[in-house]
Write a protein that binds this ligand. Sequence first.
Ligand SMILES: [Zn+2]
Length: 420
Amino acid sequence: MGKILLKNILHKDVASDLEISEGVITRICPAGSLHPDDDVEVMDCSGKTVIPGLVNMHTHAAMSMMRGIGEDIAFHEWLDRIWQIEEKIDDEYVYHATKVACLEMIKTGTTTFNDHYWHMPMARKAALEMGVRPVLAYVICDRNTPEESERQKVQCVEMYEESLTWPEHSMFAIAIHAIYSVSEPMILWAVQFARDRGLKIHIHLSETEKEVLDCKALHGGMSPVEYLDSLGVLGPDVIAAHTLWLSQKDIEILGKRGVTCVHNVNSNLKLASGYRFLYNELKAAGANICLGTDGCASSNNLDMLETMKTSAMIQKAWRNDPSAMPLEDILAMATENAGKAFGLNIGKVEEGAEADLLVIDTDNYSFLSPGSFLANLIYSAHSDCIDSVICQGRFVMKNRVVPGEKEILSQARESLKKIL
Ligand SMILES: [Zn+2]
């Protein structure tokens, strides 16, 4: 792995030289003070600013070729439609669709994604080829059938064992689809399996009001959060997507257990699942809060900048409070809070951190103002201001060019024809 030197880049408003070596940020010095050796890849970054790579904390990457297939219908009808299509997908589809997703993620500034999807080894192959950092879960979803539970247990063990040979930068996790799609014995098995091996647990939780009402009817009045807590599931190793329909007691539990709650605003809005994400309350209770896009079948894109903007706008609107979800909080949710959730040194621009970085081009109308850089980035700019992306110390996009873009799209197009 080579060295990179970003010359004259703005870091926290200071013109700096930033050196990357062996995948890590090794030095950040005043501009002009670092002089490269011959083997260093140098980029002149005058007029550009560095920020951490963004982290999409909940997605189903291979849904990148399912955009627009279930519009204007209710959540459960939508889910049935997705499951019908998913019966037709295979390794080849997931490989190509994940490559398309990685292409979009790179172009929109995501360097790490927390994936929750079938045929996971193929998603991993695609992500590694594209150079982004994946967190890949084996998805448990037995739909209350014992035969399926047994099949998934065997497959999960096999994939976990294979993951022991993975290089450090792709992380294996356990996904439990949701309480309504996984039997209680299987939830308990999956959690035990994860805890015995120190794996993260990724679950959809309290996404819709129906999920809460059904759970209460089935489990003696307990909410999904109370139900999972009664089973001993919740802890700081749990990454819960949505957590939208919460009581005061639920919030206290999620805070006390140190759960990571992932807000997926665009998916929630479009499926009309709800919009009152209890950001202030969860944060005050001690939960770790991150952002995600969810899959393209519901959010239609993987653009984290759009997610950051919409999350803040909706908070301000429904709370009738323009100070809700301030700029620094939005950035932290999309970067360092995710690092905290995974126990990875990502989401920060500082010496010793992993070199997952975005080079932002500020030489355009979005940034031509005395307003703060962060305000211009989140509220004014679009992801085309992202000039270059470095992940794990390597350029995965340079001056807006991702190598092989045309081939990725044409091969994906062929693969899509087979499932239509
Ligand atoms: Zn999801």
